[in-house]
Design a protein around this ligand. Structure first.
Ligand code: PMP
Length: 309
């Protein structure tokens, strides 16, 4: 991975290589952490973090869902992130805030163990590759079902839950595919291992609803708004597996991947990215890079100069 100079750790800026943790930290053993994946883009007005507050709000909610409280407010984390971007002299970058239960108690009821918080920012290209973004990726429906709300909390972006994504992604990659699409416990389409899913049929854009054990993706939300603003009909509804094969177009959305067309599912060809995918992808790209007036409010601009100390 590409690195940067410094990482924000529990209120301080520490050199990248020194941002370490105790091996008996609770989160390492039980996955008791919550995190975010955020992107900052270079714009004409300098670096801008896409939907920063929404991501930090989701971080706070993920923590709350697992009964822990972050020792920093959204505003404190937002300011720390701005300063981190400045100190690392970054433009476009990926931002990874993580809050995990730290060292002090290895029992499962460990409310007295501290909550450690870090924010890292570093360069990271689009997750499924530029080629994938242009010509589409090959996806495979996973043999692993997505975690159910009966056992964990799909709405939370929690560290331990990602073992499910790791299994699905590993299976798909080992079989020669680019990404996995997981079904929920009832066999309905849920989401990718790190993206939400959209299916276009007869001009209507469909995406699984919250009841399909999805993460409430911030890119998903942005794409739904963009699509509606462009005059398309968007339906949140259950999607059958076969609809992935019968679709006119399929695409995935996520912060790391942005909007990625799918050109093949389970060896059923869908072809080169379709018209609707292209139009929405271009508009999202404009929004991310500050070229869309109507979505400027989604950008949290990073002032280049630190406020006087
Ligand atoms: N689903 C899962 C499981 C994810 O990990 C992600 C990435 N955070 C998404 C969906 C997309 O969410 P977002 O658009 O907020 O990045």
């Amino acid at each position: 991975m590409e690195t940067a100079d410094t990482i924000w750790q529990n209120g301080e800026f520490v050199p990248w290589d020194e941002a370490t943790t105790h091996v008996l930290s609770h989160g390492l053993h039980y996955g008791t952490g919550v995190f975010e994946g955020i992107r900052c883009y270079e714009t004409e007005r300098g670096p801008a973090v896409f939907r920063h507050r929404e991501h930090l709000d989701r971080l706070q909610k993920s923590a709350e869902l697992y009964y822990f409280q972050l020792p920093y407010s959204t505003e404190q984390l937002r300011e720390a992130t701005h300063e981190l971007i400045r100190r690392n002299e970054l433009g476009s970058c990926y931002i990874r805030p993580l809050a995990y239960r730290g060292y002090g108690n290895l029992g499962l009821y460990a409310t007295d163990a501290p909550i450690d918080v870090i924010v890292a920012a570093f360069p990271w290209g689009v997750y499924l590759g530029e080629e994938g973004q242009r010509h589409g990726i090959r996806a495979r429906v996973s043999s692993w079902r997505t975690i159910s709300g009966d056992s964990l909390i799909p709405h939370a972006k929690a560290a331990g839950q990602y073992l499910n994504s790791v299994l699905a992604k590993t299976e798909a990659t080992n079989a020669g595919y680019d990404e996995a699409i997981l079904l929920d416990q009832y066999g309905r389409v849920s989401e990718g291992s790190g993206e939400n899913v959209f299916v276009v049929r007869d001009g209507t854009i469909c995406t699984p609803p919250h009841t399909a054990a999805i993460l409430d993706g911030i890119t998903r939300n942005s794409v739904v708004q963009i699509a509606r603003d462009l005059g398309y009909t968007v339906e949140e509804r259950d999607i059958a597996r076969a609809e992935l094969y019968l679709a006119d177009e399929v695409f995935l959305t996520g912060t790391a991947a942005e909007l990625v067309p799918v050109r093949e599912v389970d060896d059923h060809p869908l072809g080169e990215p379709g018209e609707i995918t292209r139009v929405i992808q271009a508009k999202l790209d404009d929004a991310l890079h500050g070229r869309a007036e109507e979505y400027l409010e989604w950008l949290d601009f990073v002032e280049r100069i630190t406020a006087a100390a």
